[in-house]
Design a protein. Sequence first.
Length: 271
Amino acid sequence: MSGASQGGTRNTRSGQAFVALLDVMDQLRDPGGCPWDREQTLATLRKYLIEEAYEVLDAIDADNVDDHREELGDLLLQIVFQSKLRSETGAFDAGDVADSIRTKLVRRHPHVFGDAQVQGADNVAQRWADIKATEKARESVLDGIPRALPALQRAQKMGERASNVGFDWTSASEVVAKLDEERAELDAALRGGDPADIEAELGDYLFTVVNAARHLGVDAESALRGAADRFERRLRRVEGDARGDGVALSALSPAELDERWRRAKSALDQG
């Protein structure tokens, strides 16, 4: 079977499965369908969209294929559900959503679906940004960055956009030097004792940390998530060791807690 034939067979099966999902969604929202599904609105579904997206990320991080398939399905349900709500007002339906992204992909890949030439992935990314900017007619390079993004992701995207127009440090060492400057300003705010100044200076310091990560080729969100995961593993180990010794963490002195932390860190790092 040729590659084209294989793709056609796969797409036919996927199309049938998608239509079957749409039919189920219709039944859930129809009169006599599910009372819970019929009560939902775009506002009530908002939190589920965010939760499902993060559950997909957890499945990816765990490299669990079955969970990944299931969580992608849960995320797809949210897209289908919201499309169904919009279709009930005559705004658009799931077919319009699929057609919109298909058209966009074709338009933004002229090197695949047209005659344009590119040199590598970086050139593709830059062309994508240029085409997108033309389509949106944006006044600022920062337009279009969702304010609802997690703060680290939003800060990193802002740094990337600013860098595209030359507003950036020239090297990672310059950003690290800026960290020292921001730390000094934070120290001054701490001495002043004004909570608003402290928050602002801490924010500036964190924003600079994100830009340092960008210059070092590190995704700040992933780096902090990794640090949080390491903290969780180590603290759970400390808790488990303490339970095994029959002591409560709250009864230990700071020095004893520090010693147990160092032992747990050493054991986990070696393991």
